[in-house]
Design a protein around this ligand. Structure first.
Ligand SMILES: [Zn+2]
Length: 351
């Protein structure tokens, strides 16, 4: 558990036990939230799970839905969220469930729960994952570190020997390398480094897509259910802000065209891969709007306010994440109290 997570958890606990989130809720005036998930699957036993913040268990997910229902939060589709924001229909607070990347466990574990509860949801599909051409580089990195006690890597022009025999070392190495890779000037550089590392250590990157992501047949089956919205998530799961204007337009237009060809319906909604300010900013928000996406979501933490109607392609989300699998945090997160503190009480962050 990192220091950052401990601090965030302490903040959520304080807000919950003090009841401050109840007092702040009316003052903050949030109208709803877009909730972000990645994997829903049973807990794994491995002690080294550096990507564990991306997954929650089916049991926890079920409890989240019950908790939101009990709190009289309307669980709605992105189209309905769009309607409520644009027509200023703010009678009841609402939440939208969204899942990034197009993982098979969404269909296997989350869908039956959502279907039984009659809850609409969105899956944002990176088309190269469904096409089996994409690279889940963060999973490949996890595998290389998990399976080796040491390996060599050229970092900033220097060959380094990296020791990762113990679980503690593995966690530290993953954290360091993950953020070093995210800081590379181009997407291609990240993919080249991890592909090379994976090839030298027997991790088959091409097979990872098949292991974790839905193919088009599976996505088609899911998309047939009226509860399901399929959204775009670019072709290559690209760090958009690092590319040229043309590259951003291509990623968005191509992914929309590929989904339309595969499903017979063009996606109206978009999620920016990674979605933090280093990968999606004002330029991406503008291009997504110009290309006609009805909504686009980031991973900037926040709830929705009426003024988000003016920033439909720069929407924040609340992460329902594996580090905080405690439903006590749900009302705190939904109240906007936690993210208001995080954002310094700034309600819209679209720059
Ligand atoms: Zn993603």
């Amino acid at each position: 558990m990192s220091v950052k997570h401990t601090i965030v958890r302490a903040g959520l606990e304080t807000l919950y036990f003090s009841g401050a989130h109840m007092l702040m809720r009316r003052f903050l005036g949030s109208v709803g939230a877009v909730l972000m998930l990645h994997h829903v699957r049973p807990a794994r036993r491995d002690r080294f799970q550096p990507n564990a913040q991306l997954e929650v268990t089916p049991q926890f997910f079920e409890r989240v839905i019950r908790r939101l229902r009990r709190a009289k939060v309307d669980l709605v589709s992105l189209d309905e969220m769009h309607r409520r924001l644009t027509t200023r229909d703010f009678g009841d607070r609402f939440a939208c469930f969204t899942f990034d990347d197009g993982y098979r466990d969404n269909k296997e574990w989350a869908f039956p729960i959502l279907k039984a509860a009659g809850v609409p949801f969105t899956v944002y599909v990176a088309t190269s994952f469904a096409d089996r051409l994409g690279k889940l580089w963060w999973v490949a990195l996890e595998r290389v570190i998990a399976r080796n006690a040491r390996f060599a890597l050229v970092m900033d022009g220097e060959e380094r020997r990296i020791e990762c025999a113990t679980v503690a070392e593995k966690r530290e190495v993953f954290e360091t390398l993950y953020w070093w890779l995210r800081a590379r000037p181009t997407e291609q550089e990240v993919l080249d480094i991890v592909s090379d590392l994976a090839a030298r250590h027997g991790v088959d990157m091409a097979a990872l897509c098949g292991e974790f992501c839905m193919d088009w047949r599976e996505i088609n089956e899911l998309a047939r259910d009226p509860l399901v919205t399929i959204g775009a998530h670019t072709v290559n799961h690209a760090m958009l802000a690092k590319g040229s204007d043309g590259a951003v337009r291509n990623e968005l237009k191509m992914s929309r065209a590929v989904i339309e060809a595969a499903l017979g319906k063009a996606p109206a909604h978009l999620a920016y891969p990674y979605g933090d300010p280093t990968t999606a900013g004002a330029r991406e928000f503008r291009i997504a709007a110009e290309l006609g996406f009805r909504t686009a979501v980031t991973t900037r933490p926040g709830v929705l306010y009426p003024e988000h109607a003016e920033h439909m392609t720069a929407l924040p989300r609340i992460s329902i994440n594996g580090m905080f699998q405690d439903t006590r945090y749900i009302p705190v997160l939904m109240s906007g109290a936690a993210t208001a503190l995080w954002n310094g009480f700034k309600r819209v962050d679209a720059a």
